[in-house]
Design a protein around this ligand. Structure first.
Ligand code: CP
Ligand code: NVA
Length: 306
């Protein structure tokens, strides 16, 4: 029997699988893909944190592929009252054909995958946000061409779940990643070390050094979901890390600006940059729909892995 495939982190897919998934997402976006690989199938979506894009794009995407999605707030299901993840995993696997989960601890997502018998998709944890990075990679290809190895990506701000997932993408695809974070807000060390073995990674506390020659300028909120008590300390630590017009001008002439959203204008990015000519944030948000449809089609709908 073929083992159940999951998407808990970017490296769960090989380089070829990532590129094939992005190709499939592009076909879906163009309207050329008309299959219904999820006909009669259900995706359970467990949310322990808020969401606009992830929730709506997965639900709409499942419907467009012929399937159905169930929104399960962890506050409403028994998981929120302490039912073990391994029990939830085995029960849901008897009803549904795939589970998407947004939660805090990456180990909870791994436990769900370990104990369930259907594909599990990571819709964000404190550690990683792989679906978002797939959408970002699709946006890169649309703007900078299909050859992702040649692009230089800059990350400015917190070494958070997004930064860690960019490192994972560099690990798999080999592009140059330039990360600027304050001391004390660095990305995960193990993920950083692994990426350094496969790609050129620049780590600095100077946003201008990270932006020099960058084709992609990427940032995110300074305070992620679950860190609200640290807001004041973080606002102090990230002074100088706002992507404003002056900073943006130090990147490559062809540079695009990305932000996974929601954005805090006047904190990590200015109004002028997020609404400016280089911003691709709305395409980036749209691409969540297309890449996640491609991921579901592959994991739950039998679309072939290479
Ligand atoms: N970018 C992202 O994951 O957005 P939501 O939190 O709205 O799902
Ligand atoms: N880093 C942010 C991303 C939100 C989509 C968070 O985890 O809250």
């Amino acid at each position: 029997m073929t083992p159940t495939r999951h998407f808990l982190a970017i490296p769960d897919f090989s380089r070829e699988e990532i590129l094939a998934t992005l190709d499939l997402a592009a076909r879906m976006k163009s309207g050329a893909y008309r299959e219904r690989p999820l006909a009669g199938k259900t995706l359970a979506m467990i949310f322990a944190k808020s969401s606009t894009r992830t929730r709506v794009s997965f639900e709409v995407g499942a419907y467009q592929l012929g399937g159905h999605a169930l929104f399960l707030s962890s506050r409403d299901i028994q998981l929120g009252r302490g039912e073990p993840i391994r029990d939830t995993a085995r029960v849901l696997s008897r009803y549904v054909d795939g589970i998407m989960i947004r939660t805090f601890d990456q180990r909870d997502v791994e436990e769900l995958a370990e104990w369930g018998s259907v594909p599990v998709i990571n819709g964000l944890t404190d550690l990683l946000h792989p679906c978002q990075i797939m959408a970002d990679l699709q946006t890169l290809r649309e703007n900078l061409g299909p050859d992702l190895e040649r692009v230089k990506v800059a990350w400015i701000g917190d070494g958070n779940n997004m930064a860690n997932s960019w490192l994972n993408a560099a690990f798999r695809l080999g592009f140059e990643l330039r990360v600027a974070t304050p001391e004390g807000y660095r990305p995960n060390q193990a993920i950083l070390d692994r990426a350094r073995g496969a790609a050129k990674i620049v780590l600095t506390d100077d946003p201008r050094e990270a932006l020099a020659g960058a084709d992609v300028v990427n940032t995110d909120v300074w305070t992620s979901m679950g860190q609200e008590e640290e807001t004041a300390a973080r606002e102090r630590a990230f002074q100088g890390y706002c992507v404003d017009e002056a900073l943006m001008a130090t990147a490559s002439e062809r540079a695009i600006f990305l932000h996974c959203l929601p954005a805090h204008r006047g904190e990590e990015v200015t109004e002028g940059v997020i609404e400016g000519r280089q911003s691709r944030v709305w395409d980036e948000a749209e691409n969540r729909l297309h890449v996640q449809k491609a991921i579901m089609a592959r994991l739950m709908g039998g679309e072939q892995h290479d």
